[in-house]
Design a protein. Structure first.
Length: 245
């Protein structure tokens, strides 16, 4: 095991590019510091490359043990499950918490975009599919357990970063990629308003003993999660000079 320094700039794309530059194998596998891999993870990942047309193999991301309200929220909704991003309406992609690439991918399309705060994995996979004939394969047997954010503050920071990254990646693909329909946006903001109302009602109900504490807990974490995504999108829209609410 070697520790590779990536200190010239912050961000996961910077760290991943440092690994690409220093790796010597033909297959480069990625996971994150908040993940734990199954003992057969690399064996199962490697088995997915039996076809030379496969450029990336993604494995399953499962929630680790949940102890706090944010962790329970993530686990209950399978946040970070590959199923969601593999079904992206523009093009499927894989989250690099559990994904491996042929070296050929980086040689042909370049590396991770270090401007991207988040969503650098979506950008790389979309470029691979748009610029080459290489394919993305999902191999759920390759297992990773992800430790979700354990505090409300960390969850809010993460979701703001996700929203910001979504706006930045939209700027790169807006000529091909449609914005969310207005009906969907309206539903998102109605959900935030509904969660805010539920928080107030649950708080008063908890005070008088008519509502359980876990109802307030879940509503509050949900409010932070969905609000953080929208705040991030608005910040990203300003930074990228696009409209992606």
């Amino acid at each position: 095991m070697r520790l590779v320094a990536a200190t010239h700039r912050r961000g996961p794309a910077v760290a991943r590019n440092a690994i690409v530059a220093s790796a010597t194998g033909e297959i480069i596998a990625f996971t994150d510091a908040d993940c734990v891999s199954h003992e057969r993870w690399l064996v199962e990942i490697a088995a997915g490359f039996d076809d030379p047309a496969v450029g990336c193999v993604a494995g399953a991301i499962l929630p680790a043990e949940s102890r706090t309200a944010p962790e329970r929220f993530y686990a209950k909704r399978n946040i970070l499950s590959q199923d969601f991003v593999l079904a992206h309406p523009f093009l499927p992609y894989a989250q690099t918490a559990n994904a491996a690439f042929r070296r050929e991918v980086f040689q042909r399309i370049g590396w991770f975009d270090e401007v991207m705060i988040t969503c650098e994995d979506a950008d790389l996979l979309w470029r691979m599919q748009l610029e080459t004939e290489l394919q993305l394969r999902y191999r759920p047997e390759a297992l990773i357990w992800h430790r979700h954010r354990s505090t409300e503050r960390a969850l809010l920071k993460q979701t703001i970063g996700w929203g910001l990254g979504q706006a930045l990646v939209y700027r790169k693909y807006r000529r091909r990629m449609a914005r969310d329909p207005w009906r969907s946006l309206l539903r998102d903001y109605r959900r935030i308003a509904g969660l805010a109302s539920l928080c107030v009602r649950s708080w008063f109900g908890l005070r008088v003993g008519t509502r359980p504490a876990d109802e307030l807990e879940e509503a509050y974490v949900g409010l932070l999660f969905y609000s953080g995504m929208k705040i991030g999108r608005l910040k990203g829209s300003l930074r990228a000079r696009v409209f992606y609410p």
